[in-house]
Design a protein around this ligand. Sequence first.
Ligand code: SF4
Length: 155
Amino acid sequence: MFGLTKDEIKEMAKASGLAPRDFVVEDRIGRDFQDLLRSINPVFLKTMPGGRRLRLRLNPFGDCIFLGSRGCTLPRRARPIYCRLYPFCFTAEDRLMVLLSDTCLAQKGAGSWHDVIERMGEDETGLRRLFARFKENAREHAEWAAAGGTVDELN
Ligand code: SF4
């Protein structure tokens, strides 16, 4: 699972009325995952500086705690950017890439990647804009973490 940035955590807390500690778990990612992220786009490592990850808490069934019976309970604007981009992301060279998945509903039966983007209610320009915001968030998050930022101060 990808890491959350401080700005995303603040946005989620505001939208859900929960304290960050109620939905964020702090852990560390291993070398293999760090290497995988580096190979996709090193910017992802900025959200987990030194391997320190702030991730979404899971319920006892292993699902995100914001998952309800009819999908995500957060308004779209308050969801983590990686959720809003999924199943797409961008490489370090700014190439759009898709993460293939049998369980992704947007990919099921789609004729092309343009269809998938359309089903998401987006277009490529919108996805690029979202990823640009993600990069800015990730840069600020790395600085905040290096200065000793903690989850509790994001209330
Ligand atoms: S879309 Fe919502 S329910 Fe799904 S992982 Fe993201 S925050 Fe959790």
